[in-house]
Design a protein. Structure first.
Length: 350
């Protein structure tokens, strides 16, 4: 099976030359002419490596990286920036966001191929020892992990949780993890001021409650349906036993929990030092990524939920949304929010 590479580049000549070179070198390629199309293509193509320009229309490379890094299927894919020499001052920002490498334009063909091979090799070499091969471990996505679960684990009766209904509450005894079949869910915690704050968003392909299952006997968060949610309950002890005997699955969930911790730390810093506008902008960017499979920029979200996600009052959120609307960043249709400038929201710093 060929290794798949996604090329996100607005310059047609560069894009076509890259695709031709990589195809001749034995790779399967897919191209996108701007960042927005790049994100949409990544969701369906599921590449093994991404080459992405920094300065592009619609959405720049930084925003592409940020959105993909929050998607469980795509967060671990090696990401290489393509940058002009005049943009080298911006490379540090990209590496801080989690890029694996960068290549300056115009680039040498040999240098490009060597960098790609090195990044793929390094990516595979990070796998732990075990019965599964490194390439299988590193290339496993959430969907592959769920499809690989044995039927004996998935013999529970599916549960339908209606929108806003509770799946489980923080402090309850943890007896199950829940495999999402359809729908979306949110995790919340109560802060010191008795205010409910959204800490995580869940959707397929995800298993809810993994961190709680490994942490001990109590649920670490409250989870409720963000929209109608169908899940399959799996007994906690059976799930843990399966994971501990399957290196590929264990490595995948270790990565997911580490990624979640990084995101939680970033959110904590934003809550402590960010303005209300920054909090709302970051939340809208997260929701844009959350609903990326809709092939649209429409976000159906109640203002109460949006306030909980941003960690501020509903009235404040409504006021900030009005400001964003006046600035042309969003528009409002009932409870739906339509994102017009995700790039500007991601870059907002006041």
């Amino acid at each position: 099976m060929k290794i798949k590479i996604l090329i996100i580049e607005d310059n047609q000549d560069v894009r076509e030359n890259l695709s031709e070179l990589l195809t001749l070198s034995g790779y399967e390629t897919r191209t996108a002419m701007n960042g927005k199309l790049g994100v949409e293509t990544a969701m369906t193509f599921i590449p093994d490596l991404i080459l992405c320009d920094i300065m592009m229309p619609e959405m720049d490379g930084y925003t592409v990286l940020r959105i993909l890094s929050k998607n469980e299927m795509l967060a671990d894919i090696p990401f290489i920036f393509l940058t002009a020499k005049t943009e080298l001052v911006d490379v540090r920002r990209g590496m801080t966001l989690g890029a694996d490498d960068y290549i300056t334009k115009p680039f040498d063909d040999v240098e490009l191929l060597d960098t790609i091979e090195m990044r793929l090799r390094k990516h595979h070499s990070h796998a732990p020892s075990g019965s599964a091969s490194p390439s299988i471990i590193n290339q496993s996505t959430g969907e592959q992990i769920i499809r690989a679960l044995p039927e004996s684990l998935l013999d529970g009766e599916p549960r339908l949780i209606r929108k806003k209904d509770l799946l489980f509450a923080e402090g309850q005894t943890c007896r199950y993890v829940f495999v999402i079949k359809s729908g979306r869910a949110i995790a919340t915690k109560i802060d010191n001021y008795a205010k409910e704050v959204v800490t995580r968003l869940y959707q397929y392909p995800t298993i809810i409650g993994v961190a709680s299952a490994f942490a001990g006997t109590k649920c670490q968060e409250t989870v409720k349906a963000f929209e109608d949610l169908e899940v399959i309950p799996v007994k906690k002890d059976d799930f843990i036993s399966y994971v501990l005997h399957d290196p590929s699955t264990a490595y995948y969930f270790l990565q997911q929990m580490a990624s979640y911790q990084v995101q939680a730390d970033e959110k904590l810093l934003l809550q402590a030092f960010g303005s209300v506008r920054m909090k709302l902008a970051a939340t809208l960017v997260d929701l844009y990524a959350f609903y990326a499979d809709n092939d649209s920029a429409v976000i159906p979200v109640a203002r109460e939920d949006l306030a909980s996600m941003a960690g501020t009052a509903k009235e404040t959120i409504i006021r900030c949304l009005s400001e964003f609307k006046e600035e042309g960043l969003v528009s409002i249709q009932g409870s739906d929010i339509i994102i017009h400038a995700v790039q500007k929201l991601a870059d907002l710093r006041y």
